[in-house]
Design a protein around this ligand. Structure first.
Ligand SMILES: [Fe+2]
Length: 238
């Protein structure tokens, strides 16, 4: 399996293009709408067949490119079943796996930042979305976030992966590209380095962060795969 890490400077979001080298079937994790032309061009230049766009969750800080990319490349949109994203082609859940040529992508349900977080696992690497960030983690104060649940997801699932597993997060605001599970167990200031569950929950309830700038635009739009004017049931997210 090969991989390219892509970056959106406006939202500090990482997208990831992964593909099976034999069949050239590819998946794009967390595409950003403002970068769809770049991403489509890269897929074409590399001679890949984009089978899927995979969301790690319903994003509050940027609009997904999944709907536009589906139109251009005929890819299948996958999102966790809790997301109420009616525009998705397939609603997935923890324990599922996604075939990619001769390879597979395993779906880990890692909620807590939202109630629809997925981490995608491939041999040697995990794409953690906003569940586990480098030396941090996603906030838990909206979108059905829950600090205790996020602690479970990270310590019981992600921290149980082999220590040399590469961690590719959904964002980084300090220019770091990736980490490893062992590094995060040792150095993550929120829940690594021997921090207790109680300390983690206390840290998370005292972050006092401002809401993301584009949340009111991003959430409803992402429930339509970023496409305007497609009717959907927004439900109670946000
Ligand atoms: Fe997020």
């Amino acid at each position: 399996m090969k991989l390219r890490q892509l970056f959106d400077p406006e939202s500090s979001t990482y997208s990831y293009l992964i593909w099976d080298t034999h069949t050239r079937e590819a998946a794009l994790i967390d595409p950003v709408q403002g970068q769809v032309n770049r991403d489509i061009q890269l897929v074409r230049e590399l001679g890949l067949k984009l089978k899927y766009t995979l969301e790690t969750h319903v994003h509050a800080d940027h609009i997904t490119g999944s709907g536009i990319i589906r139109k251009a490349l005929n890819s299948i949109v996958m999102v966790h079943e809790n997301s109420q994203t009616k525009c998705a082609d397939v609603q997935i859940k923890g324990g599922d796996f996604i075939p990619l040529g001769a390879e597979r992508i395993d779906v880990l349900y890692t909620p807590g930042h939202t109630d629809s977080d997925i981490s995608y696992l491939i041999p040697g690497a995990v794409f953690t979305g906003d569940s586990l960030l480098i030396r941090g983690c996603g906030r838990t104060d909206f979108q059905s976030g829950d600090a205790a649940m996020l602690h479970n997801s990270i310590t019981q699932q992600l921290f149980n992966l082999p220590g040399d597993t590469l961690v590719y997060p959904g964002h980084d605001y300090m220019g770091r590209c990736c980490s490893t599970i062992a590094e995060e167990i040792a150095h993550n200031p929120r829940l690594g380095n021997g921090k207790s569950r109680k300390e983690f929950i206390e840290i998370m309830s005292n972050l006092k962060l401002a809401p993301p700038k584009h949340i009111h635009e991003a959430l409803p739009s992402n429930l339509r795969c970023g496409i305007q004017g497609v009717s959907t049931q927004v439900g109670d997210i946000g």
